[in-house]
Ligand binder design. Structure first.
Ligand SMILES: Nc1ncnc2c1ncn2[C@@H]1O[C@H](COP(=O)(O)OP(=O)(O)OP(=O)(O)O)[C@@H](O)[C@H]1O
Length: 272
């Protein structure tokens, strides 16, 4: 994390419960600069809740949440920012009654662009994701993988400073999932953003992350930088080279050994 970069996302002493169910307990997390921060945790550890807090969809019981989305932000083409947070979920959540192009147009509405700017932005984004030929199709006429590409295009088209992604590739088959992971990294090289990416897959975390934050028991159990050079893909089944030890640690901590796992990570030099 670049400590000098402006804060993209900040959760400070955040607590959240649903009725009697405590989910987050005094959690503090800061994300700065461009790069992929993966939030990793077992089912029910509060990953989605953390993302929904970040997106402003729910409010914490205690603590403060702030996210870059300020009106004074300007996109690369000089237009005003408006909603400068992109969100992507496990399901594409496209408007079923609108073409792919119209779906992207709706995402751009808050930016109050001219018609020419809207057209140019959509054409650029569709081309960047290799789906220009889908522009006139309805969501029901595109495949699951294509839908997620459209959803990624829709999230990126506002040139977000922060991109929140909740298991966006979890419903895809293994090969398509790998393609989308590569696609995400490729597009981020063209349009950098602070990405907060939720997953429960250790392999996905190690492939994508610049930083991995492990959630458990309502808190952050481990916070590690992943510095392995990209590309990190290896043939299926083989350990991830330099990351093999980290991978083993992450698996241990996720297996519910929040006590032993956290200590192992700390012993390895991970920031608590
Ligand atoms: N709207 C809600 N009302 C009541 N309880 C909720 C609500 N949303 C989440 N929870 C509960 O909060 C806890 C954390 O849920 P959350 O979805 O954030 O976890 P998660 O780590 O994303 O899980 P998963 O990996 O299974 O998606 C769970 O016990 C869940 O049942």
């Amino acid at each position: 994390m670049n400590a000098a970069a402006p804060c993209a996302l900040s959760l400070r002493d955040v607590s959240l419960s649903f009725g009697a169910v405590p989910v987050l307990a005094g959690l503090t997390l800061e994300v700065r600069g461009a790069g992929v921060t993966v939030v990793l945790g077992p089912s029910g550890s509060g990953k989605t809740s953390l993302l929904r807090l970040a997106a402003g969809l729910i409010a914490p019981d205690l603590g403060a949440v702030s996210i870059a989305g300020r009106a004074e932000d300007r996109a690369a083409d000089g237009t005003r920012g408006g909603a400068r947070v992109g969100v992507m979920f496990q399901e594409a959540r496209l408007l079923p009654w609108a073409t792919v192009r119209r779906n992207l147009e709706f995402a751009l509405l808050p930016l109050k662009l001219s018609r020419a700017q809207v057209t140019a932005r959509i054409d650029t984004q569709l081309a960047r994701l290799g789906i220009a030929d889908l522009a006139a199709r309805m969501p029901a006429q595109v495949s699951g993988g294509q839908k997620q590409r459209v959803a990624l295009a829709r999230a990126l088209i506002v040139a977000p400073r922060v991109l929140l992604m909740d298991e966006p590739f979890a419903s895809l088959d293994a090969l398509l999932r790998e393609d989308m992971q590569d696609e995400l990294l490729r597009v981020l090289a063209l349009q950098p953003a602070s990405v907060v990416f939720v997953t429960h897959s250790v392999d996905e975390a190690l492939y994508l992350a610049d930083r991995i934050v492990v959630l458990g028991g309502g808190k952050i159990l481990a916070d590690v930088a992943v510095t392995t050079p990209r590309p990190r893909r290896v043939p299926a089944g083989e350990p991830l080279g330099d990351d093999a030890a980290l991978r083993a640690d992450l698996r241990r901590i996720l297996r519910g050994a929040s006590s032993g796992g956290a200590r192992a990570m700390a012993a390895r030099g991970a920031a608590p």
